[in-house]
Design a protein around this ligand. Structure first.
Ligand code: 5GP
Length: 203
């Protein structure tokens, strides 16, 4: 029973849509949150730290991980590998934490296959011009990278109806309130009846 009531939230959406800011809001307000740190072969951006945003590794190490079946799911995004480690997620779920994933649309599909009760949010901007502006504002990426991310965003947008919720991140304060409400509702959905019955002597 508890297995179907695990608290799992998947965030997806184009790079630059504001997922990291919304994640920071959750971190600030939600105790017992476990953010699944992915492993990637992409280069760290300025300010990113190994073991905080990602576990950074090379292609050979990643491919060894695939062979050893260490990943719950993995995908190639923008020519780099990204993957979610199985063990850490299972451990966090067993301890009753809310597990949060930031993955692309392929990761969303695969995590939902693995955990059918997981809920998901697609986060995007009101239009492509705003997304481009936000990507341009990230000084760390070259024009080629920005173009590739924008192209990928168009593909991702075609999948929005596969998600449980959509946040159009125009006004950040509003988006923060929306994501907090979604997480609050997950807390009421994830309960263990056996645990509840223990407090009801005659049940
Ligand atoms: P970025 O390079 O901007 O951090 O991430 C690029 C894309 O890879 C984003 O859409 C992000 O959600 C996705 N991503 C990050 N980690 C994973 C992962 O473990 N699995 C999958 N499938 N996608 C991931």
């Amino acid at each position: 029973m508890l297995k179907n009531r695990q608290k799992i939230l998947i965030l997806s959406g184009p790079s630059g849509s504001g997922k990291s800011t919304l994640y920071a809001t959750l971190k600030e307000h939600i105790p017992d949150l476990y953010f699944s740190i992915s492993t990637t072969t992409r280069q760290p951006r300025k300010g990113e730290q190994h073991g905080r945003e990602y576990y950074f590794c090379n292609q050979q190490e990643f491919e060894d991980g695939i062979k050893k079946n260490l990943f719950l799911e993995w995908a190639k995004v923008h020519n780099n590998y990204y993957g979610t480690s199985k063990d850490l997620v299972e451990k966090a779920l067993k301890s009753g934490k809310l597990v949060l994933f930031d993955v692309d649309i392929q990761g969303h599909k695969n995590i939902k296959l693995h955990y059918p009760n997981a809920k998901s949010i697609f986060i995007t901007t009101p239009n492509d011009a705003i997304l481009q502006e936000r990507l341009n504002a990230r000084a760390s990426d070259t024009k080629e990278i920005i173009d590739a991310r924008l192209k990928h965003a168009y593909e991702e947008m075609r999948h929005i109806d596969e998600f449980d919720y959509l946040i159009i991140n125009h006004h950040i304060q509003n988006s923060k309130e929306q994501i907090l409400s979604i997480v609050k509702s997950l807390e009421c959905a994830a309960f263990d009846p056996e645990e509840i019955f223990k407090s009801w002597k005659t049940l």
